[in-house]
Design a protein around this ligand. Structure first.
Ligand SMILES: Cc1ncc(COP(=O)(O)O)c(C=O)c1O
Length: 411
């Protein structure tokens, strides 16, 4: 989906400080040339295949299908990308663009840490310096990812302002970019921010939907009847959905983080239930969670990667036009969906992706058995072991950590 001068309906645009205008224009020019350059696109394709392991499979789920007694379930396995999430598709694209622009340093922000790890990996592979901003609260929730970023040679900067989550990390990354606009590239991890980021990130992620299209035709001889994806910033959702945007027979469903419930600060529901309102922040216009004074609100989700106060202008627009149906799943439903996939299909999805599963589990029993549903498994759940261990109240995990710590302190 092409923007109209950076706008998608009433959302998007570019609301940035004067100091960033020149580097934003340079990025825009570089992207506009690269996106139609067959050599660049071939380089991206090669790295997606040889480094990240694409194409990722479309996996049928016979046990889940039998259990639900409705439509047939298929999973798009972005968890099988190198580094365990769809974030890799975008960093490969932007990383190769950075090389093309001749810059030597990347700045990134991260919530769940998946984009941070992916950025650190691509920086190592392409020989770039890398600084990653991460909310101090997210660092606590996703420390294993922080550990890997550091081992990969990245500098991880804890952000202690505001709610200490993704939104605050994004502010700091923008500040860094403003301080060094010509030497550094801001490698934004989702389809948000000023133009051309939403469109560029969505385009790099559209490889997901293009593969689903080809795989569906090959594996069951038709397009899917419905596609479900979780919506944090909106990049995996835009990536799987955009290649189907003109296929009206394919229902597109985005699932936001319902968190602990609908009270302010307990969730990250911007589009469903009209809980967000239009605003301009962090360089672009979209639906934000904000109070009567226009102040951005705190958010919560069991999944750090969905805990964002804004949303892609592309999804906000598709929600406006009715092309995407938005819904939300709360933390309990998400844990139920997570365990269902684990035990019925032997797949450990990220808690973010489990939102998409939860949204689909709600609808599938009412669908007829000849229908096909594709759920995007945007990432794998290894990183969530701490959160899951406490959610399932595993009796052994805490004592194991204590024993481990005691040994480390003795050594
Ligand atoms: C596994 C996974 N899925 C989904 C998301 C949400 O991002 P987006 O909405 O941009 O796909 C994240 C973000 O960190 C993630 O790590």
């Amino acid at each position: 989906m092409q923007s109209d001068k950076g706008f998608f309906g009433r959302f998007g645009g570019s609301y940035i400080p004067e100091i960033l205008h020149a580097s934003q224009q340079a990025l825009l020019d570089a992207w506009n040339q690269a996106r139609v350059d067959v050599d660049f696109l071939a380089d991206v394709d090669r790295e997606l295949q040889q480094y990240s392991g694409r194409p990722t499979p479309l996996t049928p789920c016979p046990n889940l299908t039998r259990e639900l007694g409705g439509a047939q379930v298929f999973l798009k396995r972005e968890d099988l990308n190198h580094s365990g999430a769809h974030k890799m598709n975008n960093v490969i694209g932007q990383g190769l663009l950075v090389k093309r622009m001749g810059k030597k340093r990347i700045i990134a922000e991260t919530g769940a840490g998946q984009h941070g790890v992916a950025s650190a990996l691509i920086a190592a592979r392409l020989g770039l310096e890398c600084t990653i901003y991460m909310g101090a609260r997210d660092i606590e929730r996703q420390y294993p990812n922080v550990f890997w970023m550091k081992q990969l040679g990245a500098t991880v900067v804890p952000v202690t302002s505001g709610g200490q989550t993704l939104r605050d990390a994004l502010d700091e990354a923008l500040r860094d970019w403003s301080a060094d606009p010509s030497g550094s590239h801001y490698l934004l991890g989702t389809a948000c921010g000023c133009a051309p980021y939403p469109e560029m990130v969505a385009e790099f992620q559209s490889v997901i939907g293009r593969e689903v299209r080809a795989q569906s035709l090959q594996q069951f001889g038709a397009l899917p009847d419905a596609i479900y994806a979780c919506v944090g910033g909106g990049s995996n959702a835009a990536g799987i959905m955009l290649p189907f945007i003109n296929d009206q027979s394919v229902e597109l469903v985005g699932v936001e983080a319902g968190g602990r419930g609908p009270a302010p600060g307990d969730h990250s529901i911007r589009l469903s239930d009209d809980l967000g309102s239009p605003g301009i922040a962090q360089g672009f216009a979209t639906m934000f969670l904000q109070d009567d004074q226009g102040q951005l609100m705190e958010t919560h989700s069991i999944a750090a990667g969905l805990d964002y106060v804004g949303v892609s202008p592309i999804l906000a627009h598709l929600n406006d036009t009715g092309r995407v149906r938005m819904t939300a799943a709360n933390d309990d439903e998400v844990m139920h969906a997570f365990l269902a996939l684990l035990r019925l299909e032997g797949i450990i999805p990220a808690l973010e992706s489990s939102h998409a599963v939860a949204g689909a589990l709600r609808d599938i029993p009412a669908m007829s058995p000849d229908k096909k549903v594709v759920i995007n498994i945007s990432g794998r759940g290894d990183k969530d072991i701490f959160n899951v261990a406490s959610a399932v109240k595993d009796a052994e995990f805490g004592p194991f950590l204590q024993r481990y710590l005691a040994r480390e302190l003795q050594a």
